[in-house]
Design a protein around this ligand. Structure first.
Ligand SMILES: Cc1cc2nc3c(=O)[nH]c(=O)nc-3n(C[C@H](O)[C@H](O)[C@H](O)COP(=O)(O)OP(=O)(O)OC[C@H]3O[C@@H](n4cnc5c(N)ncnc54)[C@H](O)[C@@H]3O)c2cc1C
Length: 286
């Protein structure tokens, strides 16, 4: 439980962190809240030669409203997002998601940037960000670029981040007043990671759904937008039969994980149950 020896550098700007990543290459690792990296180092699953601590970089913290989107700095903690008035009014599902991550210690130290960079297949943020149609702003040696959340998560602990890139912010389009959204998850009882988590964002006109994005985490190697469920809700009046039929399609195209927490069959069943719960909660919130 003792990590291998490493050097430590506290960066004071994104440019400095990017420069240090360029200088040290694969030997360097970014440190944010440390709630995924430090346990991995203690188990010696990860043995970086140098840690670049970004926790003091002020430009990476906080939540801004740029008119069309909320811009959430990578270092913003889950706890700060759960308590943010801006998030509660413009993207309420994100506040609800933040509030069900881990426990109070995890929420007060863990960051949204660290969570999505780590890309645990059972993490909560990936499904919520995909359903919100968010995009991820990253900075590397050759400048900055933006990656859609739908393209960001590419495998177990694998993202579209390239070597030397730092996540700077997450851009979340503000949902129109007629939209309803919800995140529902089946907790792993010890860690509270999602065995199955479902996020739904529905744009509604009365009981008619004009646009739907339903995404899952915990079900497969990586979070994904469930196009079949989303299409079954879109341009439909959301009566009981439509909601049930759409939920029955949950994860039908996914390569479903099976492990000692939940078999493949059980996860498939949970995906249907939690799709229905998220859709009904999103309608109630519209
Ligand atoms: C007991 C326990 C329970 C938990 N329960 C849950 C849960 O219910 N749901 C859930 O979703 N998560 C859960 N987590 C994970 C938690 O949310 C972590 O905080 C999160 O995964 C990592 O964030 P961090 O800021 O601690 O990142 P760190 O541990 O500092 O870093 C994680 C990885 O991301 C990289 N990184 C960090 N920031 C950046 C950046 N800006 N740019 C590029 N790379 C970066 C690091 O190099 C490292 O590889 C739990 C963790 C623990 C220990």
């Amino acid at each position: 439980m003792i990590p291998a020896a490493f050097d430590y550098h506290k960066a004071s700007s994104v440019a400095e962190a990017v420069g240090l990543l360029e200088e040290h290459g694969m030997d360097a690792k970014i440190l944010a809240g440390g709630h995924s990296l430090i346990p991995a180092m203690k188990l010696r699953l990860n043995q970086p030669g140098i840690l670049i601590d970004i926790s003091g970089i002020s430009e990476l913290s906080g939540i801004k409203d740029d008119g069309r989107s909320l811009v959430i700095g990578a270092n913003t903690t889950h706890g700060a997002i759960a308590k943010s008035a801006e998030v509660a009014s413009s993207a309420p599902m994100l506040a609800a998601t933040a509030g069900v991550i881990g426990d109070v210690q995890i929420r007060n130290k863990g960051t949204i940037g660290g969570s999505i960079a780590h890309a645990d297949p059972a993490a909560d943020w990936p499904a919520a960000l995909i359903a919100c149609n968010a995009s991820i702003e990253v900075m590397g040696g050759s400048g900055s670029r933006t990656v859609a959340a739908t393209d960001f998560f590419v495998g177990i602990y694998e993202t579209a981040l390239e070597d030397g890139e730092v996540i700077v912010a997450i851009h979340v389009p503000k949902v129109p007043g007629t939209a309803g959204s919800a995140y529902e998850k089946f907790f792993q009882p010890a860690s509270r990671f999602a065995i199955v988590g479902c996020a739904a964002v529905l744009e509604m006109k009365d009981n008619f759904c004009t646009s739907a994005r339903v995404a899952f985490t915990g079900v497969a190697d990586t979070a994904f937008l469930d196009e079949k469920v989303s299409a079954a809700l879109e341009n439909q009046t959301l009566d009981d039969a439509t909601i049930k039929a759409a939920s029955e399609m949950a994860a039908s195209d996914a390569d479903i994980l099976g492990d000692h927490f939940a078999s493949e069959e059980y996860r498939q069943h949970l995906a249907k149950v939690f799709a229905e719960r998220a859709i009904r909660a999103a309608i109630a919130n519209a």
